[in-house]
Design a binder for this molecule. Structure first.
Ligand SMILES: [Zn+2]
Length: 160
């Protein structure tokens, strides 16, 4: 294991653990590195501080280039998701849940409702619902702002 001090183009510094410096280079090249603070993938090596992991007493699956050296092992993913990314995902999930609390689920009427608000037929409100790629594209073309939900979400009408 090797640790690199990484920094993103927004000036955040964080640690990345890699199996080897080649594993780092490979992920860097594929754009798979991500800043845990702001999520940008414009990440590079900060001036390096070599270190050895404090705990070397349990081995993890080696199928993935990135292995978790800190944080809870993920039983579901077999440790495939770097802890920084897990953190980011959890924050995202929490943020999304918070947002949705103040948002009205409109299901299949998402496109319709978005347009009504955009054209002033309805008061603007936070909504979430379903739109297929074509609808989403059409809304964007009309200048209507929308964003995909980033973590899996079960619509109330499909929850059991
Ligand atoms: Zn950042």
């Amino acid at each position: 294991m090797i640790v690199f001090d990484l920094s993103c183009d927004n000036g955040h510094r964080f640690e990345g653990w890699f199996r080897s410096s080649a594993a780092f280079a490979e992920q860097d090249e594929r754009g798979q590195l991500m800043c845990p603070h702001c999520g940008t993938s414009t990440v590079g090596k900060a001036p390096m501080a070599p270190a050895v992991p404090a705990k070397g007493n349990h081995s993890r699956p080696t199928g993935q280039a990135v292995e978790a050296a800190r944080g809870e092992p993920s039983s579901q993913q077999g440790g495939a998701i770097p802890p920084a990314l897990q953190d980011a995902m959890q924050k995202l999930a929490k943020l999304q849940a918070e947002t949705i609390k103040h948002s009205t689920y409109v299901g299949d009427r998402f496109a319709e409702e978005s347009r009504a608000m955009h054209y002033g037929e309805k008061d603007a409100a936070l909504i979430h619902g379903k739109a297929d790629a074509k609808e989403a594209r059409a809304l964007l073309d009309e200048g209507i702002a929308l964003a995909p939900l980033l973590v899996p979400y079960t619509p109330p009408d499909e929850a059991n």
